[in-house]
Design a protein around this ligand. Structure first.
Ligand code: SF4
Length: 288
């Protein structure tokens, strides 16, 4: 199917963030051609006039020069909270690059989240940012499962990009998200990436809205042997799976002398080993 791409003027490219760990968010595109089946950002479609499915359209943002740019000094900005700033269109439109050019002289804390290796194009520019983290989402090492879930580049290309950034001294994150129960092998992913990342972030799969049914149907068809686990977690709201996984990872980190933190925004890595940070639903687990 042909994707619908159009340019749209916006008043401001920087918006106040609702994320706890950042002051502002920047999303140079509305929509995302990576079309992940579990995309938490698909609710954004409600704020557009598109009839196309999420993943089949993108509005390319065009903005006027950022006003009073010094007001962002010392602030934190998350680039790519509801889109991938390095989705394939970026090659042509360069809106993410344009934003980086505008803010490159401001002392900000910048976090970029992507599933792409197109970011390698901007490596020289990104080296100008003193307080930068680049996170690659990797929730499997199985390219078949990855292909079932998204249209982004292969896992191997993501890891290769992470490695190149790490070699250049840029702080890198292996973002294991979303963790699919009994499919995502967290320890194998950490083992594969541990030499190329400063942090490992862990996030559970959340299922809500239309994609809840899509994912549950997929599991029922493709992985019927583990469907009961999904039913337990996502219909009966049982938290045991996450508690057990938390204990397993904690044990693994202890054995390997990795720091293991929970819901912590620590920005320092230790002893050259990655710091593993768990962002599971800890409030709920504590309550239970
Ligand atoms: S890369 Fe992120 S924003 Fe894009 S479709 Fe996937 S989950 Fe959604």
């Amino acid at each position: 199917m042909k994707n619908l791409i159009k340019e749209t003027e916006v008043k401001s490219i920087i918006t106040k963030s609702k994320l706890p760990a950042s002051d502002y968010c920047v999303n140079p595109y509305i929509g995302c051609l990576h079309a992940c089946k579990y995309c938490y950002a698909s609710f954004m479609k409600r704020f557009t006039v598109h009839d196309e499915n999420w993943g089949d359209f993108v509005d390319v943002k065009v903005w006027k020069e950022i006003k009073n740019i010094d007001q962002y000094t010392g602030k934190s900005i998350f680039l790519g909270s509801v889109t991938d700033p390095y989705q394939p269109l970026e090659e042509k439109y360069e809106r993410t690059k344009a934003f980086l050019e505008e803010i490159k002289n401001i002392d900000i804390e910048l976090v970029i989240s992507t599933k792409s290796d197109l970011i390698l194009r901007d490596l020289p520019l990104l080296k100008m940012f003193r307080n930068l983290k680049v996170a690659w989402s990797i929730n499997t090492l199985d390219e078949n499962f990855k292909n079932d879930m998204d249209r982004a580049v292969s896992i191997e290309r993501r890891i290769e990009a992470m490695k190149k950034f790490h070699e250049q001294g840029i702080c890198t994150v292996c973002f294991i998200s979303p963790i699919f129960p009994k499919i995502t092998d967290v320890v194998s992913i950490i083992e594969r990436c541990k030499d190329y990342c400063d942090f490992v972030w862990l996030e559970n799969l959340n299922l809500r809205g239309v994609y809840k049914f899509r994912i549950l149907n997929y599991i029922k068809k493709k992985f019927p042997q583990i469907y009961d686990t999904y039913d337990d977690i996502y219909r009966k709201k049982n938290m045991f799976f996450w508690q057990n996984l938390d204990s397993e990872i904690s044990e693994y980190c202890k054995k390997n002398n990795f720091s293991y933190l929970k819901n912590n925004s620590s920005s320092k890595s230790h002893n050259g080993s990655p710091v593993v940070i768990n962002y599971f639903y800890h409030e709920e687990i504590r309550k239970k």
